[in-house]
Design a protein around this ligand. Structure first.
Ligand SMILES: [Zn+2]
Length: 295
C-alpha cells in the first residue's frame, strides 16, 4: 500500500497510479478499524488520514512517508485482538479454581415437588443426592428418572421410613433391598449409599449394612420451620467447604429456599452429589463407614 502527496506537478499521469493506491489504502484501513477497533481508535486513525491529505512533501521524500504510514497501519492492525482474549481466559480459570464443593441432599422423596426442584438444580448447574423412601416411588417415579437423567444421584432412605433402631437387622436389610429393587426397575442405578431415617444408627447396624452410611453436618430443619427465610438462614449460618447439607424435597418452602439460595451461592460454591464430593478429593467411599461431611 502506498500514500501519495498532493503537490501539483506538470505530469498528472505520473500521479494516477499513486491516486488509485491511496484510495485502496483508505478503503482497507476504514474496514479494518470498523471491524476491530473501538470508536476512539477509529477517530484517531481518521484524523491521521485527513492530515495525510493536506500534507505536502517533495517527491524525494515520498518513500520515507510511505514507510511511516505502513508502520502505523501495521500497529493499527495488530493492536485490537490479542490482549482481550488473554484477559477472558484468565478470568474463567480463576472462577473454576475458587469454588468450594458442597453436597446437597434431599430426603423423603420423591414428591410432587421433586421435578420443580430438579429444574432449579439444572438452571444453576447444580447436582444433588436424593435419598428415597421406597413406598413413595410409584406415585412419582417420573421424578426419579428425571433426577437420575439430569446427573443427580439416587440413593436409599429405606422403604417405610421406620427408624432402624426400632426394627430387627433383618427387617432393615429387607427394606434396603426392596427399595433398591424398586429403583432398579425404573432403569435407574442407585448409588450404594444409605441414609438412616432420623439419623438413627448403631454400630451393629453399621457392621451389617453393606453400604456407606451417609449422615449430614448441616441440618436446615426445613421440615420443622417450613419457612423460606429460616431455611436460608440455617444454610448461610453454617455453610462451608465439604459440607453435607440436609433438606427434604417434600415441602414447597424447601423448593423456594433452594430457588433463592443457589443463584446467591453459586459464585462461591459448587453443589455436587455426595459421591462427587468425595471423588473429587480422590477419596473412595467405603462400606460400613459413617460419613457426616468431607474432612
Ligand atoms: Zn427422612
Amino acid at each position: 500500500m502506498k500514500i501519495i502527496n498532493k503537490r501539483k506537478t506538470k505530469k498528472w499521469s505520473k500521479l494516477l497510479p499513486y491516486l488509485s493506491l491511496y484510495i485502496m489504502c483508505l478503503t482497507s484501513c476504514t474496514s479494518v478499524t470498523n471491524a476491530n477497533v473501538s470508536n476512539n481508535a477509529d477517530s484517531t486513525f481518521e484524523s491521521q488520514a485527513e492530515e495525510d491529505v493536506i500534507v505536502s512533501l517533495p517527491i524525494s521524500e515520498i518513500e520515507e512517508q510511505e514507510e511511516t504510514e505502513l508502520n502505523f497501519q501495521e500497529e493499527c492492525l495488530d493492536e485490537p485482538t490479542t490482549p482481550n482474549i488473554q484477559i477472558l481466559e484468565e478470568t474463567e480459570d480463576e472462577v473454576v479454581e475458587e469454588r468450594k464443593l458442597v453436597a446437597l441432599t434431599f430426603d423423603d422423596g420423591p414428591s410432587r415437588y421433586t421435578n420443580e426442584l430438579i429444574e432449579i438444580l439444572n438452571e444453576n448447574d447444580a447436582h444433588a443426592t436424593f435419598f428415597l423412601i421406597g413406598q413413595n416411588i410409584s406415585a412419582n417415579s417420573d421424578a426419579v428418572i428425571n433426577a437420575y437423567e439430569s446427573g443427580n444421584e439416587i440413593a436409599i432412605h429405606t422403604y417405610s421410613h421406620t427408624s432402624f433402631t426400632n426394627m430387627t437387622i433383618e427387617e432393615v436389610l429387607s427394606e434396603i433391598d426392596t427399595t433398591r429393587s424398586i429403583i432398579e426397575e425404573l432403569g435407574v442405578e442407585p448409588a450404594n449409599l444409605v441414609r438412616p431415617p432420623y439419623g438413627s444408627i448403631n454400630s451393629e447396624l453399621v457392621e451389617n449394612i453393606n453400604a456407606s452410611l451417609i449422615l449430614w453436618n448441616v441440618d436446615t430443619e426445613d421440615w420443622k420451620s417450613r419457612d423460606v427465610e429460616s431455611i436460608k438462614v440455617e444454610v448461610y449460618d453454617a455453610i462451608s467447604e465439604g459440607d453435607i447439607i440436609l433438606f427434604h424435597d417434600a415441602y414447597p418452602t424447601t423448593i423456594e429456599a433452594i430457588r433463592e439460595l443457589l443463584p446467591e451461592l453459586s459464585d462461591e460454591y459448587e453443589f455436587v452429589t455426595v459421591s462427587e464430593l468425595f471423588n473429587r478429593q480422590n477419596v473412595e467411599l467405603e462400606n460400613h463407614v459413617k460419613y457426616y461431611r468431607y474432612k
